[in-house]
Design a protein around this ligand. Structure first.
Ligand code: ZN
Length: 355
């Protein structure tokens, strides 16, 4: 396959975790640098350039302390123990640190890497060949339950909030990791969750439904005035894991004008749901094609989960993105359609939500 010049905008990565988890020097600065190659991880700036990575949603994710994330075998498949909730105070402290890392990288990059806050910022990055970063919260625990720091987070550049990771919060219930099972596990949004969706709509903050259970998904679909967005997920019909969208959910995203970002996590892509990295790019693109065929090519994009998930060896890291695009092209999508899947659908939804 030949490399494609098509710029790729990506719906989800956890590259900030590499900075957050790094050892630090005497001044507290991480020893890890995104300006150098780190082949053990998925995403840094030198490899982003090789992979035509134009930008994406950079997640601030806070783990549950001492959680057991080991996969357990069940009679039919497997599951991961449901993580306990985390406190607002813990989430706030970690999230503010991760946002600080994001802005330090922006400052050190001298214009090569930019945190984007407006549709114009995003377009300028494409024009200037700068990497665009959208500050995203993966799980809303850093938002105070009374929303009293939401304006501060907005002022700090946060333009996308996932209501949950896969655990309960004050706002909603994340879906437990389980295969095979539907996402219809647990209750819908709390009153605070409904208020948060409305408050995000009012401010032009994108609401991400990734990791949400089915009841919460349908509550947001009822409440939200903006296109529905699921940043990193896949088709339940092809891989019946709880993290994936059922056909009626895919249809609802399309009806709202929204976007489904296809994850590269092998446990969401493979028919057997196994954490097996011997997974083809073709298996990944099957999900892209499924959503495009069912819902329309305007409603599917990429949401890699680089540095947050176990991805196919066939992709490897961010430098594998052009091979994914080449496989999409090989399925018969024309250049306009490839551009929509690679970046234009994300740009459209961001513009509609922020604009
Ligand atoms: Zn995730």
């Amino acid at each position: 396959m030949t490399n494609s010049p098509t710029p790729i905008f990506d719906g989800h990565n956890d590259a900030l975790l590499n900075l957050y988890r790094s050892d630090t020097d005497d001044t507290g600065t991480p020893e890890y640098s995104v300006f150098e190659r780190h082949d053990a991880n998925h995403l840094d700036l030198p490899r982003a350039r090789e992979g035509n990575f134009a930008g994406g949603f950079f997640a601030a994710f806070v783990s549950t302390p001492d959680a057991d994330y080991e996969t357990r075998e069940t009679d039919e498949g497997h599951e991961i123990p449901y993580a306990d909730p985390i406190s607002h105070e813990r989430a706030k402290a970690h999230t503010y640190d991760m946002l600080a890392h994001l802005y330090r990288v922006e400052a050190e990059s001298e214009g090569e890497f930019r945190v984007v806050r407006t549709p114009d910022d995003l377009r300028e990055c494409f024009d200037d060949d700068a990497v665009a970063a959208i500050a995203h919260l993966e799980g809303a625990e850093a938002v105070a339950p009374d929303l009293s720091n939401l304006d501060f987070l907005y002022a700090a550049g946060v333009r996308s909030i996932g209501l949950v990771w896969s655990r309960p919060t004050e706002f909603a219930h994340g879906v437990p990791f389980k295969y095979p099972a539907t996402p219809d596990i647990g209750p819908g949004l709390t009153d605070a969750g409904r208020e948060l969706v409305r408050a995000c709509n009012d401010r032009g903050i994108l609401v991400d439904l990734a990791h949400l259970n089915a009841a919460g998904f349908w509550d947001v679909a009822d409440i939200s005035a903006d296109p529905l967005v699921v940043s990193h997920t896949a088709a339940h019909e092809l891989c019946p894991a709880t993290r994936n969208l059922t056909d009626d959910q895919i249809d609802a995203v399309a009806d709202s004008g929204g976007v489904v970002g296809i994850t590269f996590a092998v446990t969401s892509l493979r028919e057997d749901g196994r954490k097996d990295t011997d997974t083809s790019i073709s298996t990944l693109v099957d999900h892209v094609e499924y959503v495009a065929d069912r819902a329309g090519v305007e409603h599917v994009a990429l949401g890699s989960d680089f540095d947050g998930a176990t991805i196919p060896d066939s992709v490897g890291d961010v430098t594998g993105l052009p091979d994914v695009v080449a496989e999409i092209r090989d399925r018969g999508f024309d250049e306009d359609e490839v551009a929509k899947i690679a970046h234009e659908n994300w740009v459209r939804v961001v513009e509609e939500t922020w604009g």
